[in-house]
Write a protein that binds this ligand. Sequence first.
Ligand code: C2O
Ligand code: CU
Length: 467
Amino acid sequence: MPNPITRRRFLAALGAGTALGLAACTSTKQAVTATATPTGPVRQEVTLRAGIQEVDLGGRTASAWTFGTLPGPAIRATAGDRLRITVHNDLPEETSVHWHGLAIPNPMDGVPGVTTPAIAAGTQFTYDFVVPDPGTHWFHPHTGLQLDTGLYAPFIVDDAAEAGRYDAEWVLVLDDWTQGVGREPQRIFDDLVAAGEQRGGMMHMGGMGMGMDGGDVSYPMYLINGRPPNDPDVLRVKPGQRIRLRIINAGADTIFTVGVAGHTMRVTHTDGYPVLPVTADLLQIGMGERYDVLVDVGDGAFGVVAQPAGKNGQALAVLRSASGDTATDLPPGYPVTADALHADPSAMLPRAEAQTTHDLVFSGSMAPYVWTINGAAYGHAKPLTVSPGERVRLRLANMSMMSHPIHLHGHTFGVGRDGPRKDTLLLPPMARAEVELVADNPGRWMLHCHNAYHAEAGMMTRLDYTT
Ligand code: C2O
Ligand code: CU
């Protein structure tokens, strides 16, 4: 549970009066007046319960916050379906649900104080929207560090027009895990803030943390589908079958390098959109990103291995087509990253000149523990503004020695000239990137680093539409 004293101390450390973190602005007045209630028949009624639950992690019992299971129950729909999703909050504090990757109307986006009311403890809220975008998406709270307690689940949207050229499909949710076995996320955050105060002034610039890409937090466990390597999730298949893996990085502070032992992967989609297929031994996946790959399974048992970048340990799942030991060795080499990919023509934005350009500089430090966009923590900066219908270019510059997965709500962007269409882009240390989007979904939209600790420490801003 968030500790109000440490939270207050953190606010004081930054200067008073700022709402920070994913829970930003929970105390400000709701300014949302629009109701986004769609018309048309409801295709699915879904009920989710967020609550505290004991989970078994390979023989260790942990008290987790979940949507009933770990990961939560996947939502599966077809593009164009109207869904009504009622979320009951059995947690001891308020929560929310953000539908990561779905460009839905602003009032359903699930950001307390900005788009959607928070769901108070003991109450419920019904989200009602038409699912627009096919692909591998997911959902999680947009409240404090709740994402790192176990509250996440896949949201898979089928494309009625896409013929599945594969025999089976497997959704793999990667996670870095501490809740109930190590320090609780809020405690980790408070410790980062306290350590930043003590070191005051040392280690400025760049936030080296645990080293390049190593994140700010070391985790006792890494999971795939809620399971540690000693009790992995197993998919039984037949030799020669073609399997579609839908891989979601739900980690809070961990970039994973993923591979399938003894196999290459055919990368077909990222963040739901098709790319020109590329063959990869290894694939790098930042927090919030999704990749779909095809694998032609050989004869045996093969680990789907996710190595946490710059950290010790690994996450494992097993593709099994025969009895015997599981191969878990991945080849050496560099993983494929988003900048090596090109959008499928169907996923490209129409060619056009940008009408508005915004520069975004990402930086921060470990001492004090503050992460910023354009020099300001969330709440200290004015939102970026765009006009409805505009073509918008965002020039992203990472001026720190850590990677930041940059996520925009309510939209997708094209990376560079012909790079992939995405909603979350992993920006390596000191790297730059240009992305473009069409401002076609009015509202107030979060734009933030998907490292939950960086977002909580201020690395968030907003893209607001002028009217
Ligand atoms: Cu997946 Cu603003 O979040
Ligand atoms: Cu970050």
